[in-house]
Design a protein around this ligand. Sequence first.
Ligand SMILES: [Zn+2]
Length: 261
Amino acid sequence: MPGRTFRPSEIADQLAALGVRKGGVLLVHTAFRQVRPVEGGPAGLIEGLRLALGPEGTLVLPSFTDRDDAPFDPDTTPAASDLGVTPEIFRALPGVVRSRHYAACAAIGPLADAITRGPPPIPPHGPDSPIGRVHDLDGQVLLLGVGHDANTTLHLAEAVARVPYGAARWFTILRDGLPKRVDYREPDHCCEGFARMEEWLDVEGLQAEGPVGHAHARLMRAQDVVRIAVERLRAEPLAFLHGPAAGCEDCDIARASVRAG
Ligand SMILES: [Zn+2]
């Protein structure tokens, strides 16, 4: 049941109340259907995010592709459908820059080039990726109507902690005008276990929560996410995987990959 329509300036006020830093770097994962209605639709939400950051701030949205068999083209390859409608609208807005590889982020603001530049990172969300750079720049992560299962910075933590599970993946690049498959290994599973981050952050009081539009929002520092998740993963490397009794096929495959070495 949609309620009243929020103006972009009201979205910005809610973000400021939550703790979004003016002039900072903000990585946003969102389900617009939880936020709406907003004047202007997803573009109005983006306007509210930019108002909250101000002209010195940099807004970053995931812009990955789920097409592993086609070369990535930053101008035409759509953002993965499970990222929702907002990243797909954001990447095409004037002034937004997008990485030129499969693990792309899109960004606008003074640090947009620094965050999105560079060759394809392996693993896709490791230290030398757009997600890794948001971390290095002490960016904040906003989960807007989504849970920690959408928190890509936790894949960065898995890479830093060198978790023992991994799955074979590939992406496709153009070399001398011809498609070339590049194989790699990355930590993968169902990601439901990322929900444990909720409690780990709350225990240390490092997650702010409140309403943004009609959605429930969570705000945290990327560096807190990685530091705390890496501590937990070092003590319990399979902390993010479902147990063997859960019957989760993705996590069973991840666990089997540990035994296979
Ligand atoms: Zn699972």
